[in-house]
Design a protein around this ligand. Sequence first.
Ligand code: NAI
Ligand code: MG
Length: 357
Amino acid sequence: SATKSYRIASIPGDGIGPEVVSATIQVVEKLAKTLGTFDIEFDHIPWGTAYYKETGKYVSEDCLDTLRKYDAGLFGAVGAPDVPDHISLWGLLLALRGPLQLYANVRPVKTFPGTKCPLNTATKGIDWMLVRENSEGEYAGQGGRSHVGQPWEAATEVAIFTRHAIERIMRFAFETAQSRPRKLLTVVTKSNSMRNGLVLWDEIAASVAKDFPDVTWDKMLVDAMTVRMVGKPDSIDTIVGTNLHMDILSDLAAALAGSIGVAPSSNLDPTRKNPSLFEPVHGSAFDITGKGVANPVATFWSAAEMLIWLGEKDAAAKLMSCVENVCSAGILTPDLGGTSNTQGVVDAVCAEIEKLI
Ligand code: NAI
Ligand code: MG
């Protein structure tokens, strides 16, 4: 059969973004060349803070059409010390997620070889799948400021919840839970104090659940969920929640699993009308930028998720086994207690890939 060929938009962005994305391109190109079962080509897209300082915008005018020419995007991070974070985040990431309707943000967390789960309550470390609604809630852009600068200044941040968006993310979450061995889903809300939008979440969860009789599900309030994540981690498998709640819970989850330096994420358009975007959970990490020590594993894993999404499940599994071997061998960056630098990890993973044939 003809070799499949993929075109990927590489958007390294800011800070350590370019370091971890270039590390990942080396590894994925090596994988494709070694296996010979698919071709992959990365095009560099220069969006980010340097682009903003030059043009006044974080992305190009035709950014959505630009991305639509690709099968997927690999994104690094956005954010710079001298630009307010809400400008950079809305300028780049949120300018893409909403308009491309990348409505499912999927964040697997597991205690990775080489990382240590800080919880003594977890019998075998952590293995969860977090599903974040990625298109609305507090991130819909509703709100404003009045009487700016006055002592009586007022600001609103209005959360938007629609039946359409809740239902599609709920269906996606039930399907995700169903695809995992434990078939166990926890729906997180705050429907005691938030009596409109989050009551709608609960209602839709109950109605979608009827279509998934083989999935066991329960509901948690977000505050109680933090306690459960720390106290009874073994009782959790798949979690779904709002954009804001899951933003927070997914950082907690990454920390509980061992490190943010290995945590991947996918921004998916499950309808496949638009290309999906894959990125590490972490940000631009100013404190280590340019030192060559950024942990590339979160981006490797994000690229593996991208390969799965593109249909290269086998190649993705092979990539992850190479990365796990390298981590198990103790070739780790300083955030995981190791002494390797980014390129050292890249070289070790490439050496593992060579052993695949
Ligand atoms: P951060 O994730 O950039 O860094 C938090 C801490 O984790 C730092 O000590 C950093 O050195 C460490 N760290 C993160 N990734 C690492 C890696 N791969 N290897 C080793 N250590 C790593 O979060 P922070 O400091 O809150 O934000 C910095 C900037 O990044 C801000 O401008 C923020 O808005 C932006 N940001 C962007 C995100 C994105 O592009 N998706 C996500 C989170 C933050
Ligand atoms: Mg976050």
